[in-house]
Ligand binder design. Sequence first.
Ligand SMILES: *Cc1c(COP(=O)(O)O)cnc(C)c1O
Length: 396
Amino acid sequence: MKNYNVNEKGYYGEFGGAFIPEILYKCTEELRSAYAEIIESHDFQEEYRRLLRDYVGRPSALYEASRLSQKYGARIFLKREDLNHTGAHKINNALGQILLARKMGKTRIIAETGAGQHGVATATVCALMDMPCTIYMGKTDIQRQMPNVERMKMLGATVAGVSSGNMTLKDAVNEAIRDWCCHPQDTFYIMGSAVGPHPYPDIVARLQSIISEEIKTQLLEKTGRNYPDYLMACVGGGSNAIGTFYHYLDDTGVKLITAEAGGQGWDTPYTAATIHSGSVGILHGCKTLILQTADGQVIEPYSISAGLDYPGIGPVHAHLAKTGRATVYSINDDEAVRAAYELTRLEGIIPAMESAHILAVLPKLKFQTDNIVVLTVSGRGDKDMLNFLKHQEWAE
Ligand SMILES: *Cc1c(COP(=O)(O)O)cnc(C)c1O
């Protein structure tokens, strides 16, 4: 049987590993030797689950979307991560990592953010736990995402503007890593997706696996069986997708479907479709597929969706695609906007622009009427209203 989980050396097939500066070796080593035992401990689980229930609002609903089902000819269930506190799945991970940081005796938190969603989730749990935090954010993104910058500040975080490179997410990650190098003793870096050096992709996967754990129980209640025929999720770095798939990875009867951001098309320069048009390289401490030029310069990604706009991808998703375990679709901006309007009008749910990318895959699949489909709505669309309005014509 193939193994889709991380191996002892931190690899998923040929992808993963920890390619880090010497100075961080002790930090990642400390984390690597501690994380699994802490996360599996009774103490951790008790506190984590209590907060997921009472603070985040879990379990998130599994909703049978009947009008959407009728349209696509299958039983479609939506896993409603949009209903979580702060509006997306990212809080599951931020909460877990801050508990891990505390158990490791760390007293200061840093994180990177692109659209600001992970920054808000991190600032939220730092307020909750009364820990100081610095969020690195490219100056271009600060301009584009002002409401999230204000939320982080109101929550008490320091937002550190980054003016290197194109002043976007990739540059913010570089700056956060630089900070970590300077404060290896007291600082914990809360990574926002299933990316970065080992063991981060595995930490994030384990923390987000609550999504598929709940799907198992909820599906059994609603359908009499605990597995679907299809599991569907969008992929930026890949955290909501691996959380959705985690407990079904070895269950090869369950088809795994992902959507990456095609932007204006995966074969144009304006794309974030890493699996369709990337090649093997090293980014942010991890060997994975990345958007790069022939001589290895990282290409600035483009997508209408800020949360999918990353030039790399979590190593587990590179592996799932390469082995054929997952089928990956590239969804363009206009298809995503159309799908968001469709869900809104059929079900009264405004999805995040990121989540709209996986909704746009529905018309591309051929279902049987008794198929059970679970699609994760990773977040809500309030933050994307201006973008939706600007592109209303695509929905008509
Ligand atoms: C950040 C974000 C994503 C993309 O991140 P993943 O790690 O791939 O899940 C998707 N949806 C929403 C709502 C987000 O905020």
